[in-house]
Design a protein around this ligand. Structure first.
Ligand code: ATP
Ligand code: MG
Length: 743
């Protein structure tokens, strides 16, 4: 490559930005306009043409993947390895702190605590303070603490910020102790990396000066998603002066206010909108040509984002061809939706890497995984695990495996302390040794009173409860519908409750996945209402086993819309275009929730280079419940001239729209049905109903209705066991595990 070939490839505006090296610079432009490309060229220009030493450049971005891609692009441009700070926020701060930790009274070799370590710390604190972690989970406290650190609220100021009620006081106490502990252990958590760096800069002018002098050129990609602390970090470094005392402020930020999608995690869109106020005299470059997408895709993206009121007006153009229209397909149900997408991929053909399926929630991945495996299309789930590899799914399957076969020691070890029952690694080892000595299964040892009574009283109670559940469901499994068994296990094992108590985004997503498992079960029940647990487990095991792991090379990519930021693909599918799913029902609870979802939709559409498909399902089983759906608000906002296909604007009459449309009217804003909450409630209700049946007084002669066997007459009732005559058979049923009602 000739010396400045790479500059020739830029358009005038981009080149202007790349060569504008002194003073504050804001590149505020829409998706695919070459912001990231311009920034990488600017780095190359600084090094090659301006003779800037890479040592003097700091470029930060959000994810490791983005940092890696940028480093590769810069290396391509300057044709050699570069040893410069092109890093994520966290790794840049870590490097700084390693040099100066002692100024903050940390040892240089301080530890960085990951979430597991953090949790262990909070757990110990709760124990000390006598806080019931069943009521307030460690993750709950950690979420609060993280939020505080992002907003720079110190432990002692917590209550001043959030009021002096009982809960706030408790959080303050935990936060204070947490801070003390980490300090005592010479450790920092991830949020500390940013926070402590800023504190270091504030405390020690000399250090700050040193980095200001070093980083003469600062660049930030995806600036619209910075939070307060990241913003402060960047601003402090950039507010510098040159050797003559003149302000230098060589900061270049790049972003798109239309792509701010992390407000729910503290991102502050004002950081980019107020850049010119923060850095007076800033040069603002607006890039207006989109190079990524066809004209139709670009126009479609605009027609959606235009509906956001709170935005700077900007419009991209392209000289690309119109290209295909957006293809819309309204499937009958989610299986057909997934089948359609898989068959489109096969029809188009070529490199599988060209295809991306971008969904709103992780729980949606399952149907696509199944449809793709069925057609032997390789895929990989980016930024997340394959559905059946997820922890919560594996855990609950282990419960089911044990119910099916209680000699399954592996499954037992996995869930014996999941949820927490006070059974640590040592205890498990002891129990395993005992089992080995006696040639018994681990479960048999759990039933042994003498062994169990030697454990702590908490562990003893936990084991008794667990063994009881496995035994009873084991005995009753053939008398129960699979879905009843599943709901009962989730509730009675305490697994669901433990997640609910955590009250974090992660726990919420686990609950979504567990509720989605009900859809799997209902599917099989539909196929064969009497499917037994054994057969079900076999079928699932086969599905889960389909080996996709070594298909890294050439595979369709599946990921959430959030993790697709900054990436691009020739062919993009956006499934699940339905109100309640996308926009998600949570969006309707917050004032700017819908606007943030709309930005996410804009991000999704603008990932596509050549073709874009949007799909929805007329009926969707989500979290085990089948419902009519309503086409997404965003589909209706999208310019109808740009979209073609099946079922567009097929407005359903209200009566058939099921629970979705209840109470919806022209005056009242539409509020989608909270499917997840409903599924959780149903699960708990069903478990409670089975418990309730155990309290009923059944008498011989009573007419009853059983979920699986239908109507029958009680022949005999003894304690918790009843014998019932059904149409073809008599059955012995254990109350508490039978979904049975008196008629
Ligand atoms: P996003 O907002 O999604 O992060 P972006 O503004 O960072 O997008 P880039 O990823 O830098 O955009 O560029 C989008 C695509 O356009 C890339 O494939 C890039 O190679 C191409 N591109 C950028 N500038 C030009 C140009 N001047 N000529 C041709 N192609 C270009
Ligand atoms: Mg970019």
């Amino acid at each position: 490559m000739g010396r400045t070939d790479y500059l020739d490839k830029l358009n005038d505006k981009q080149r202007e930005a790349a060569m504008n090296t002194e003073g504050p610079l804001l590149i505020l432009a829409g998706a695919g306009s070459g912001k990231t490309s311009t920034m990488t060229c600017r780095i190359a220009y600084l090094i090659r043409e301006m003779g800037v030493h890479p040592y003097n450049i700091l470029a930060v971005t959000f994810t490791n993947k983005a940092a890696k891609e940028m480093r590769e692009r810069v290396q391509d441009l300057i044709g050699e390895g570069v040893n410069m700070w092109l890093l994520t926020f966290h790794s840049a701060c870590l490097r700084i702190l390693r040099h100066h930790a002692e100024l903050l009274n940390y040892g240089r070799d301080f530890a960085v605590y990951d979430p597991t370590d953090q949790k262990a710390v909070v757990k110990a604190i709760c124990k000390d303070l006598g806080i019931d972690t069943k009521k307030f989970s460690p993750n709950y406290f950690l979420g609060e603490i993280s939020h505080c650190k992002e907003q720079r609220i110190s432990p002692k100021n917590y209550c001043r910020e959030y009021g002096f009620d009982y809960k706030a006081e408790m959080i303050q106490q935990v936060y204070e102790k947490y801070d003390e502990t980490l300090r005592k252990n010479n450790a920092m958590d991830f949020d500390d990396l940013l926070l402590k760096t800023v504190e270091l800069f504030e405390k020690d002018e000399e250090v700050l000066l040193r980095y200001q002098n070093r980083f003469r050129y600062i660049m930030v990609d995806e600036y619209q998603d910075t939070n307060l602390i990241q913003y402060t970090f960047v601003k402090m470094l950039a507010d510098a002066h040159d050797e003559y005392g003149n302000p230098r402020r060589n900061i270049c930020v790049v972003g798109d206010d239309d792509q701010c999608i992390y407000q729910w995690r503290g991102a502050d869109i004002r950081n980019i909108l107020e850049f010119e106020k923060d850095f007076p005299g800033a040069t603002v470059v607006k890039l207006e040509q989109n190079y990524r997408s066809t004209a139709n895709i670009l126009a479609a993206a605009h027609s959606v984002i235009e509906h956001n009121r709170d935005r700077k007006n900007k419009k991209l153009w392209t000289d690309a061809e119109d290209g295909n229209k957006i293809t819309y397909f309204r499937a009958d149900d989610e299986r057909e939706e997934a089948g359609y997408i898989a068959s489109e991929i096969n029809r188009i053909g070529g490199d599988y890497r060209n295809f991306a399926i971008l969904y709103r929630t992780n729980a949606q991945s399952r149907t696509f995984e199944e449809a793709l495996s069925k057609r032997e299309i390789p895929y990989r789930v980016l930024g997340g695990l394959r559905y059946y590899d997820r922890k919560e799914i594996k855990d609950i399957m282990c419960y089911m495996r044990l119910v099916q076969n209680r000699a399954d020691d592996l499954a037992l070890v996995r869930i014996i302390n999941e949820p927490k029952r006070g059974i640590g690694g040592k205890t498990i080892e002891k129990l395993q040794d005992r089992a080995a000595e006696r040639g018994q299964s681990l479960f048999d040892v759990l039933l042994d009173k003498d062994t169990i009574s030697q454990l702590s009283s908490k562990a003893e109670a936990g084991i008794k409860a667990l063994a009881g559940i496995i035994e009873s469901y084991g005995a009753e499994k053939d008398n129960m519908k699979l879905s009843d068994l599943y709901d009962g296990l989730l509730v009675n094992s305490g697994y669901l409750k433990a997640l609910e108590d955590q009250n974090t985004i992660e726990a919420q997503s686990r609950i979504e996945n567990l509720m989605e498992f009900k859809s799997v079960i209902y599917d099989y029940e539909k196929e064969d209402p009497n499917m037994g647990l054994a057969e079900f487990m076999e079928r699932i095991a086969l599905l889960a086993d389909v080996d996709n792991h070594d298909s890294d090379e050439n595979a369709v990519v599946l990921m959430t819309l959030h993790s697709a930021k900054g990436l691009e693909f020739p062919y993009v599918f956006m499934p699940g275009m339905e109100d309640g799913l996308f926009p998600g029902w949570r969006a309707f609870d917050r004032p700017d929730g819908l606007e943030e979802e709309r930005r996410l939709c804009y991000v999704g559409i603008t990932r596509a280079k050549e073709r874009l498909w949007m799909t929805s399902a007329e009926m969707r089983t989500i979290y085990g419940r089948m419902d009519y759906t309503r086409e997404s608000t965003f589909l209706h906002e999208l310019d109808s001239r740009l979209i073609e296909g099946h079922g567009i604007y097929e407005k359903m009459p209200k009566q058939t729209a099921g629970a979705f449309n209840d109470g919806a009217s022209a005056e009242k804003p539409f509020k989608p049905f909270d499917q997840l909450k409903y599924a959780q409630q149903q699960t708990k209700k069903k478990a409670a109903a089975m418990e309730q049946a155990a309290k009923e007084n059944f008498q011989p002669g009573d007419r009853v209705l059983h979920e699986k066997f239908g109507e029958g007459t009680v022949l005999e009732a003894q304690g918790k066991v009843i014998r019932v005559q059904f149409a073809d058979d008599t059955k012995k049923l254990a109350l508490g595990f039978a979904n049975i009602k008196k008629l």
